[in-house]
Design a protein around this ligand. Structure first.
Ligand code: FAD
Length: 356
């Protein structure tokens, strides 16, 4: 029996599990090993933060999904990998063997202290959000739409619970700069309306004695800091001497297969596709990679030629802005209102329901 290990319950592997709900694989033993029984859907973090969803509503029960998909489930965190010997070591001390392996793991930097490089998986993020929401002077650092969303949802939550101290967002660039000048202008207005204090084009230099000091010398009071940074690579691949890019992400071909070890596959934010090295790491691409990853694993097992992943960008973006409102951005057009949030809510709930 061929052993296929899926490491991590990320978006691409969720897509494989969904396929396996309707597909039976003979002669293939499939196991999912992942750090948590629950996979949190980050698209709904903002709604959770604002108090619109309970924890149960924004997560997928992987153990239950695996059982329905006839996949074995193991809750463990992989800490070491030997691709030559085809073995892995889990944090539990357990050793795992495989014939074919696929990675869809993504650690996030979300430490309280700006200077540490602690990698926090998303299932710990909920606790951080809860602490942050009610803290005296919460500071969020980052320039992505996620940082803006989170800052606005913390503001909304505090508004509901009459906590008067405002939330601060420190952004290394203009707010939503990658979405164009109109989006920046609109989000600044929204931030003012939501009592969100924000600093643009400021980079944190140090956080000491309850004050953040930026490189421009601005001093900002804080009780807790949450950096929402770009994804950071797991050290797993570099330590395993697998081919990685300059940031430590596993290098794969556009077939999502590693060139040096053809029985190693990967998708989502833990990989860099050699020919699309500039591709933004987000859940849109991770989700789109899922069906191709699964077809290519099967093609590899049957000795067939693999197909290529061709990325395309979503034509529009939706940013939740708190108080059940949202910003819809399509090219140079920005639309703001409650209907945007309801559309996002509909899509997010639909995604979760596909796994229950
Ligand atoms: C606050 C916040 C809000 C966000 N909002 C959005 C958004 O609105 N839209 C968007 O596109 N992106 C958003 N993101 C980013 C988004 O979370 C990622 O882009 C996306 O989830 C990446 O998917 P993935 O499949 O690579 O991995 P993930 O969905 O992160 O899944 C990784 C899986 O691997 C497991 N794992 C990790 N390490 C190990 C290990 N060593 N061993 C075993 N298992 C392991 C984890 O438990 C998890 O199951 C947000 C991120 C944050 C932090």
């Amino acid at each position: 029996m061929t052993k296929l290990l899926l490491i991590g319950g990320g978006h691409a592997h969720l897509s494989i599990l969904r396929s396996l709900l309707h597909e039976k694989m003979s002669d293939l033993e499939i196991t999912l090993i992942t750090s948590s029984k629950f996979q949190y859907y980050s698209g709904m973090f903002s709604g959770f933060t604002e108090g619109l969803y309970d924890e149960d509503e924004i997560r997928i029960d992987l153990e239950s999904l695996c059982s329905r998909a006839s996949v074995s489930f193991i809750e463990d965190t992989i800490i070491s990998f030997d691709p030559m010997q085809k073995v892995l070591l889990g944090f539990s001390g357990e050793i795992y063997h495989f014939d074919v392996i696929s990675f869809d793991i993504e650690p996030w930097v979300s430490s309280e202290l700006i200077s540490t490089s602690e990698l926090t998986p998303k299932h710990h993020f909920i606790e951080k959000i809860k602490k942050l929401r009610s803290s005296e002077a919460p500071v969020i650092v980052g320039d992505s739409s996620r940082a803006v969303e989170l800052a606005l949802s913390v503001s909304s939550w505090r508004n509901t619970y009459n906590l008067s101290n405002s939330v601060t967002l420190i952004s290394p660039s203009s707010l939503l700069h990658s979405y164009g000048a109109k989006a920046t202008k609109k989000i600044r207005e929204i931030a003012h309306d939501h009592n969100l204090e924000f600093y643009e084009n400021e980079q944190v230099n140090e956080a000491k004695d309850s004050y953040v000091t930026t490189k421009n010398g601005t001093k900002i009071k804080y009780s807790i800091i949450l950096p929402i940074t770009e994804p950071k690579a797991s050290s797993l691949f570099k330590q395993a001497l697998l081919p990685v890019d300059s940031d430590g992400f596993l290098l794969v071909e556009d077939t999502l297969q590693n060139d040096e070890y053809p029985y190693v596959f990967g998708a989502g934010n833990c990989v860099t596709i050699s020919m699309y090295s500039e591709l933004v790491k987000n859940d849109f691409h991770a989700t789109k990679q899922g069906p191709i990853l699964w077809r290519n694993i099967k093609r590899f097992l049957f000795g067939q030629s693999l197909e290529s992943f061709k990325p395309y960008t979503s034509p529009f973006s939706i940013i939740s802005t708190g108080k059940q409102q949202g910003l819809f951005i399509f090219r140079n057009v920005t639309l703001y209102g409650k209907w945007v949030w309801y559309m996002k809510n509909f899509n997010d709930q639909k995604f979760i329901k596909r796994h229950v």
